[in-house]
Write a protein that binds this ligand. Structure first.
Ligand code: NAD
Ligand code: ZN
Length: 362
């Protein structure tokens, strides 16, 4: 289909293992040009009154900001405000460390880039629009599944579109994968975000851009998800937290070297129009995609039942025609996903009514 193979950028350094968060201070020490050079810690607000907040290795001249991601997914406005606040208070810092789920990790990636690129982040939503490398940045996931820890994009919602700042410089310089940090994620959230990785793999492995590289990571990631959500010993146990963390990492690499598909295309529409969060949006949509991913949907449904998870249903009855049309517009514009899922001639094969019919089942 294409002879131009991706030349993707990976995370430079990775530490993995229970308790590895304790190594963060030493890791950062090596990256401070002077002992006083400030590091900026962006920490999910959830941890404000939790023991982890006391373990963040912030020195006196560093800055620790708690970031609220409860009301909405990361926005361009939020990133611009954080950047302005940091520059006004500390000048250009030595680094940015994002400690949280996909939302906080994406905010950290975006802030690291926007500290050195002028103007609003809305200018840079797209591929390779960033002009200069950002500052050193570290990702510390506290929920696993989005693959944001390894991906080349920082997804932001702006006034006009939900689209990532995507380039080589977006990728973290360092990630710290400590499975103990995901131990207390509430059950539904644990499932929704974990299923993001499962769906990444099902989609990356079913389409025109699939290849041996993405399949190798995809098969292993799905195997790990089956341990976490389906096989004997399933559930939120220490060993499964390790497995889910690795599954998320591998799922991210699987999709990096292929592409996501139908669920993600529809999910962007749902998130843009209703603000539905990415992972739960995927879980709302995926059960209705049996025509595209029969085996994946069947297994997904088994996982939902086994873990007794609530998936919202009967939503479409409250949607107006204009809202559905707007979702179809957003979905239709994601050409790279349709090229992968259906083929370069997808516009001959797919009709807007087909997408509408799926939305109307939700
Ligand atoms: P999230 O970061 O949006 O957090 C969800 C909720 O969980 C929040 O209320 C948060 O405060 C809370 N939380 C975080 N850690 C917790 C913990 N350890 N225990 C209890 N609660 C905790 O969740 P997510 O699903 O990881 O991320 C979704 C975001 O990731 C979306 O904004 C989406 O756009 C983005 N995303 C990015 C990529 C990428 O490649 N960059 C890929 C997929 C999704
Ligand atoms: Zn996803």
């Amino acid at each position: 289909m294409t002879n131009t193979w991706k030349n993707f950028k990976s995370v430079d350094k990775t530490v993995f293992g229970a308790g590895s968060f304790n190594q963060l201070d030493d890791i950062l020490a090596a990256k401070r040009p002077t002992p006083e050079a400030p590091m900026i810690f962006l920490v999910d607000n959830y941890f404000k009154d939790k023991p982890l907040a006391q373990r963040v290795p912030a020195h006196a001249h560093d800055m620790l900001l708690f970031v609220d991601v409860d009301d909405h997914e990361p926005t361009t406005e939020q990133v611009d405000q954080l950047r302005d606040h940091i520059l006004q208070t500390k000048g250009l810092p030595a680094g940015v460390i994002g400690i949280g789920g996909g939302s906080v990790m994406d905010i950290a990636k975006a802030v690291a880039l926007m500290l050195t690129n002028e103007g609003s982040s809305t200018k840079y939503q797209g591929l390779n629009l960033i002009q200069k490398p950002g500052v050193y940045h570290v990702g510390v996931p506290t929920i696993s599944g989005t693959g944001a820890e390894v991906s080349m994009t920082a997804v932001l919602t702006g006034p006009e579109k939900k689209l990532g700042l995507k380039c080589d410089w977006t990728v973290f310089d360092q990630i710290v994968l400590d499975p103990e940090l995901i131990a207390d994620v509430p059950r539904n959230q644990w499932f929704y975000t974990g299923m993001d990785t499962y769906i990444h793999c099902v989609e990356s492995m079913n389409g025109h851009y699939k290849n041996t590289f993405s399949e190798a990571y995809g098969y292993k990631s799905i195997d790990l998800c089956q341990d976490v959500y389906l096989r004997d010993g399933f559930g939120q146990t220490p060993i499964n937290n390790e497995k889910l963390m690795v599954a998320s990492y591998m799922g991210g690499l699987s999709l990096t070297y292929s592409e996501v598909g139908v669920c993600h295309a529809l999910s962007y529409g749902l998130s843009f129009v209703f603000g539905t969060r990415h992972c739960i949006a995927n879980c709302i949509i995926f059960p209705h995609l049996g025509d595209y991913y029969p085996q994946g949907v069947e297994e997904f449904n088994q996982m939902v039942a086994k873990n007794n998870i609530h998936i919202p249903q009967n939503l479409a009855k409250d949607w107006t025609d204009a809202q559905i049309e707007q979702m179809i517009d957003v979905t239709w514009a994601l050409k790279h996903m349709w090229n992968h899922a259906i083929g370069l001639d997808w516009e001959q094969k797919l009709k807007r009514e087909d997408i509408r019919a799926i939305y109307e089942k939700m």
